[in-house]
Design a protein around this ligand. Structure first.
Ligand SMILES: Nc1ncnc2c1ncn2[C@@H]1O[C@H](COP(=O)(O)OP(=O)(O)O)[C@@H](O)[C@H]1O
Ligand SMILES: [Mg+2]
Length: 351
């Protein structure tokens, strides 16, 4: 168990500022998922925490001690990479014990740690195999096992499941979640996959071009996105966003949507705005207060759910429904209650 705090962390590569004034406080045992598009600075941030990359400005605190200048092996942090980074000429046992041998641990103690970790990850039968004799999922288990044997205060995961196929990815996701419950060690997990973020995290950090857009529980982020970037990033398919010119707004809160006037009590709009509605909040009937006619372009059948790609007044509109629907269906509706508003700078407007 540990507490981690990053204070005003900044990092540039040449003139390219990759992390800008990043602040976060992580409590004992929390599982934090850092999510954002490729290139937004996720790996750089993890590498600075682990000590593989230097910090330009700011402080990294681990259990209230500044660790900026501590070498990686002294930080009590273990990192698991997307590429697994196993030694190809060593078998699983040797890969898992290598770091401990370097630390000159007693042989029996090493043996116990490797056996315990391999039991936790159910790779006891694989200890004598070389990495090339393992599947992707097994390799990733070994890499996680190697991290566990170090008994770290903090685990860092950098897109550990990205190289696995979809079925294995969801299986390993559950494994990692169980592992966290069992070890109750802090974990910081980096991914570009919002499903991993939503399912694994106690708290999610949304990162965009080196800047934290939002920090909160999965429910907070899903229900109360700060801005359009967050709203579109979390949720699948992504939230529908309609631009509404101020000419379509009367008396500050009555909006002409799809040729009907809809009043939104408690709001006072005085500029162009954006209206957001999640695909899963749209019904394939006319039971809700905001109604529209759609033209269906494509139906993706996911079994229980269907994703409908349609257009309304020429704009793409995504709908997720479990209702039976055919390509000639045209009536949809959604409730005022489920609508989000954003200002012309794409920040959330609350009533
Ligand atoms: N060693 C480096 N030298 C120069 N630029 C780098 C280096 N490492 C990362 N970058 C740049 O920093 C940005 C963030 O990279 P990274 O942290 O790897 O993003 P992510 O992990 O979110 O995909 C990218 O623009 C990348 O090209
Ligand atoms: Mg990365």
């Amino acid at each position: 168990m540990a507490t981690i705090e990053l204070k005003n962390i900044e990092k540039s590569f040449g003139t390219n500022k990759v992390i800008d004034k990043f602040n976060i406080k992580i409590n004992h045992g929390e599982f934090i998922v850092l999510v954002g598009p490729s290139g937004c600075g996720k790996s750089t941030l993890l590498r600075m925490i682990s000590g593989l990359e230097s910090v330009d400005e700011g402080e990294i605190h681990l259990d209230n001690k500044i660790i900026n200048n501590l070498i990686p092996s002294k930080r009590g942090i273990a990192m698991v990479f997307q590429s697994y980074a196993l030694y190809p000429h060593m078998n699983v046992y040797e890969n898992m014990s290598f770091g401990l041998k370097n630390e000159k641990l007693d042989k029996n103690e090493i043996d116990k740690k490797v056996k315990d970790a391999s039991k936790t990850l159910q790779i006891e039968d694989l200890l004598l195999r070389k990495p090339r004799q393992l599947s992707g999922g097994q390799r990733q288990r070994v890499a996680i096992g190697r991290a566990i044997t170090r008994n770290p205060k903090l685990f860092l995961f950098d897109e550990p499941l990205s190289n696995l196929d979809a079925a294995l990815r969801s299986e390993m996701r559950v494994e990692i979640s169980k592992l966290h419950k069992k070890l109750s060690t802090n974990m910081i997990y980096v991914t570009h996959d919002q499903v991993e973020a939503m399912t694994l995290a106690d708290k999610i950090v949304i990162l965009n071009q080196g800047v934290m857009e939002q920090y909160g529980s999965p429910d907070e982020i899903y229900n109360n996105p700060n801005n359009i970037f967050v709203a579109e990033f979390i949720g699948s398919p992504r939230m529908n966003i309609l631009k509404i010119d101020k000419g379509k707004i009367k008396n500050g809160n009555t909006i002409n949507i799809f040729n009907s006037d809809i009043q939104f009590n408690g709001y006072k709009f005085n500029d162009d705005i954006y209206l957001g509605i999640r695909p899963e909040h749209i019904k394939a009937d006319n039971s809700q207060d905001i109604k529209a006619k759609i033209k269906i372009d494509l139906i993706e059948n996911l079994g229980f759910d269907k994703i409908i790609y349609s257009s309304v007044d020429g704009e793409e509109f995504r709908i997720k429904t479990s209702s039976n629907i055919d390509k000639d269906h045209s009536q949809i509706s959604f409730s005022k209650e489920n609508v989000y508003f954003f200002d012309s700078n794409k920040n959330r407007i609350k009533n």
